[in-house]
Design a protein around this ligand. Structure first.
Ligand code: 5AD
Ligand code: SF4
Length: 451
């Protein structure tokens, strides 16, 4: 029986892509997507386990969604994603109204899971499957102009703080040909931008081909205007990859390269495999070849044993490198991870102070980059109406900065040339040019709004 499904996604882009994968599986069965849980027959919470209290937050949210089951007893409620894998059957005990729990390798089996639920069972389908890459299951994309394409699943790095290898399993790479095919299809269906996704894309391997080979092949696809990838581990960030970024105009000048810490002692305890110096060398190599390349990073503060001197090494690294943006996280002990067993915990107050200090430093550095963009002309991929302001659109530059400008909704999904005129917080403001040429050669006549 055709049903209406609602998927609520938390966490990283991989989960966003997995929601589209689940959407593809469900649509094949004739089910229909709705974006209001009050209208759905099947509710799925697609969860993230990366930081503490993830479990409590999931339990809190499914408790709220249970309201719909109480109002309409034939509604089904499921948990997917990393918390589903982490807790498995335990979720059924902790939330008696959950009908099914489905792990990241089991989405193909959603139809039969739903059938078993209809037959009155509560179902847990959460085993790892070494050969599951969903090759034959096209995702149901929620956005036409910007597409996520998963190139690998899982992670073999086992950084000492990270739960991902335990919730998403070992690294599995999709075949180059299957990826190229998927990107071609996305472009045919209107994608202007594609982001290749994996927990650590740089360790991609398939039949003798590595990530730079794949990136170069994808960049060669006709009609693909913007190509991105995330996430990169510094260890596998090679000169060949930098050469591919430099060589292909449609590979965007933006790299997300998580550093995590500036202290060699802490990096070793995190099992990151590189040193402060190694990281700085990667950045120099990148900036030498691609001088305008934007660089973003992740940092963890308050890792067990992090002294004031370790922290100052992180501050110095951030001052020296001057990232365009940085996501700073408080360390949180996670199940299964070796770091959880480490003594010498950093007091929460100290960790919070460190977080605030890095955020403040980064605000100043990031702000300086953005101010330099005022007065420049940028190609903006239009994403949609701006959340605030009538007649305003929002989109992003090649380096992924957000720009708001006046324009007609018919421009959504197109690349528009915008003169940047100001900065408010971290949002650039601008005025569109009257006529613009897109990368594919067509001319866009812009109906600039009056006023
Ligand atoms: N505590 C805090 N931050 C974490 N991350 C991963 N695991 C943890 C943890 N246990 C951060 C890392 C990673 C990002 C996605 O999440 O910085 O790069
Ligand atoms: Fe986690 Fe490290 Fe793998 Fe990233 S590389 S997903 S931080 S284990």
């Amino acid at each position: 029986m055709a049903q209406r499904y609602y998927i609520e996604t938390y966490g990283c882009q991989m989960n966003v892509a997995d929601a589209e994968l689940m959407g593809g599986v469900l649509r094949r069965e004739g089910h229909e997507r709705v974006d209001d849980p009050a209208l759905a027959d099947v509710l799925i919470v697609n969860t993230c386990a990366i930081r503490e209290h993830a479990e409590e937050r999931v339990l809190g949210r499914i408790g709220q969604l249970n309201r719909h089951k109480l109002e309409r007893p034939d509604v089904r409620l499921g948990v997917a994603g990393c918390v589903a894998k982490e807790l498995g059957r335990e979720l059924l005990d902790r939330a008696t109204y959950v009908d099914f729990v489905i792990g990241p390798d089991s989405y193909r089996h959603l139809p039969e899971v739903l059938e078993r639920v209809e037959a009155g069972q509560r179902v847990v389908h959460d085993r790892f499957n070494r050969s599951e890459n969903y090759e034959d299951l096209p995702p149901f994309r929620l956005e036409r102009s910007s597409a996520w394409v998963t190139i690998m699943r899982g992670c073999d790095k086992f950084c000492s703080y990270c739960i991902v290898p335990f919730t998403r399993g070992r690294e599995k790479c999709r075949a180059v040909e299957a990826i190229l095919e998927e990107v071609r299809r996305a472009v045919d269906e209107g994608a202007v931008e594609v982001t290749l996704l994996g927990q650590n894309v740089n360790s991609y391997r398939d039949a003798g081909r590595d990530f730079p080979d794949l990136l170069a092949a994808v960049a060669g696809i006709r009609g693909l205007e913007r190509l991105r990838f995330t996430t990169s581990h510094p260890w596998d960030f090679t000169p060949r990859l930098v050469a591919v970024i430099a060589e292909h105009g449609n590979v965007m000048d933006h790299v997300h390269l998580p550093v995590q810490s500036g202290s060699d002692r802490i990096l070793a305890a995190m099992r990151r495999e590189y040193t402060n110096e190694w990281y700085r060398e990667r950045v120099s190599m990148l900036r030498e070849a691609v001088p305008e390349c934007a660089l973003s990073t992740d940092v963890i503060v308050g890792f067990p044993g992090e002294t004031a001197a370790d922290f100052e090494a992180t501050v110095a690294l951030m001052e020296d490198i001057r990232f365009n943006s940085a996501y700073v996280f408080l360390y949180s002990p996670r199940p299964h991870t070796p770091a959880k067993e480490l003594a010498d915990r950093v007091p929460r107050r100290t960790a919070v102070e460190r977080l605030e200090r890095l955020n403040e430093l980064q605000r100043a550095i990031g702000g300086a980059y953005l101010r330099r963009k005022v007065g420049t002309r940028q190609g903006v991929l239009v994403h949609g109406p701006a959340p605030r302001g009538v007649g305003l659109l929002t989109g992003w530059t090649e380096q992924r900065e957000t720009v708001v400008f006046p324009g007609d909704p018919s421009l959504i999904g197109k690349i528009v040339s915008v003169d940047v005129t100001g900065l408010a917080g971290i949002t650039l403001h601008g005025t569109p040019r009257r006529a613009e040429r897109t990368g594919s050669g067509s001319v866009l006549e812009l109906p600039v709004l009056a006023g």
